[in-house]
Design a protein around this ligand. Structure first.
Ligand code: GLA
Length: 395
């Protein structure tokens, strides 16, 4: 866990709201960040490599213990309250209700043998834009998991907390996501990117600070409703493709063993999409290796080109982009100082990630914003990326 930091203004306000609502003070304050991903999209559930980093946008939590066994959750942003009778025993159906992201984590703690000695009061809110593909849900799960782990002395390590967060999405939210988002929210280090191998969770940190370049996010402001259902379908299509590959080539254990020549056998399948999905996955795995090398050698032009190829693959072969993201990507490349751009995250909306030369940031902001407003009537929010620390206890 990162060391404690000075309380931010947000916590002064959050603690006051906690006191006004619960009539006592919280025992712990936690901030859990959202994330970006430089490259390696839709690879975390395909045994690939990803390159995420936490950003300086957070979900903030104040958490206290109760004298009874109730769970009382107060969402500041939604202005909503959820109450559950008994922290150690409650039913939870899979749906997208906001409280499931927290109750699911509690449930998984219980299923891992934790008996809570009391109920809890939770007040939370934040500044990670919802639906922007910056993983506010994973931050919620990482934050509440960390709070419970400390308050009830559960002894789970960081990987276990990330796995609990991921299972929460699978079982109680209904999204069969990979581990990247929660891993980034928990493991990140300031000014660094994580190179995470999702096959065995081995990882290393590389500098996320560049002398002459910045990453800039452009939020399309849209989140198409098919995002979650299509996400789960992509996962199934990849599993099905991999099963066929394994049946033909016993040496293949995961996508990491697949070469483009192997993919020929997928041409016999009735569903032509399976071949395209698997092509995307194998090509993107190679792009992550190439991007790692480009970063090591400070070849930013090369990195930019890899981002563009990643977008093309996501749009044409994996089909998780949308009109708004394609527009933002194409138009960004026409602006001076932009080396590369791609959609980021699950897709069907959210942000594009743009690699921009320092000094060109302002003209980039202005131009891309004008173009997007003209075309879609939406003023996009634009953020310069500051890579930040993972989940932190705040004094
Ligand atoms: C979402 C999921 C992640 C990952 C990305 C795509 O953010 O939650 O697990 O699969 O999409 O890379």
């Amino acid at each position: 866990m990162n060391s404690s930091r000075i309380a931010s203004d947000y916590f002064i306000d959050l603690n006051k709201k906690f006191f006004d609502f619960f009539g006592n003070h919280p025992l712990i304050n936690i901030e859990a960040p959202g994330r970006i991903n430089i490259i390696g999209e839709h690879l975390d559930y395909n045994d690939g490599l990803v390159m995420p980093a936490a950003i300086d946008k957070f979900i903030y939590f104040s958490v206290g213990k109760r004298t009874d066994s109730r769970v009382v959750l107060k969402s500041i942003d939604l202005d909503a309250v959820s109450e559950t009778e008994n922290i150690n025993s409650f039913d939870l159906q899979s749906n997208h209700a906001w409280s499931n992201h927290l109750l699911g984590v509690i449930k998984e703690f219980s299923l891992n043998g934790i008996h809570f000695s009391s109920g809890i009061n939770v007040c939370f809110g934040g500044n990670i834009p919802n639906g922007a593909g910056l993983s506010s849900s994973a931050a919620v799960e990482a934050g509440i998991g960390t709070a419970l782990n400390i308050l009830f002395d559960c002894g789970f390590d960081k990987l276990k907390l990330a796995q609990i967060a991921q299972l929460t999405e699978h079982k109680y939210v209904g999204v069969k996501c990979g581990i990247m988002d929660m891993f980034a929210s928990i493991f990140s280090q300031k000014d660094h990117l994580i190179q995470l191998d999702c096959r065995d969770f081995s990882h290393k940190y590389v500098s996320g600070k560049f002398v002459n370049h910045e990453f800039i996010l452009v939020n399309s402001g849209v989140k198409h409703t098919l995002a979650d259902s299509q996400y789960n379908i992509r996962r199934k299509q990849c599993e099905s493709g991999l099963a066929t590959l394994k049946s033909h080539f016993p040496q293949i254990i995961s996508f990491r063993d697949v070469k483009s020549a192997h993919l020929e056998v997928l041409k016999e399948l009735k569903d032509p999409k399976i071949l395209e999905r698997c092509q995307y996955v194998t090509e993107e795995i190679q792009r992550v290796f190439d991007a790692t090398q480009a970063l090591e050698n400070n070849e930013m032009k090369q990195l930019g080109e890899l981002l563009n190829c990643s977008h093309k693959g996501l749009s044409e072969k994996y089909e998780v982009s949308c009109e708004e993201l394609d527009f933002l990507q194409i138009e960004a490349l026409k602006i001076d100082g932009v080396l590369g751009a791609r959609m980021m995250g699950g897709g069907f909306g959210g942000c594009t990630l743009n690699l921009v030369e320092k000094g060109s940031e302002d003209s980039f902001r202005e131009k891309i914003s004008d173009l997007y407003v003209k075309r879609f009537g939406i003023k996009p929010e634009i953020y310069v990326v500051n890579t930040g620390h993972g989940v932190t206890v705040v004094e």
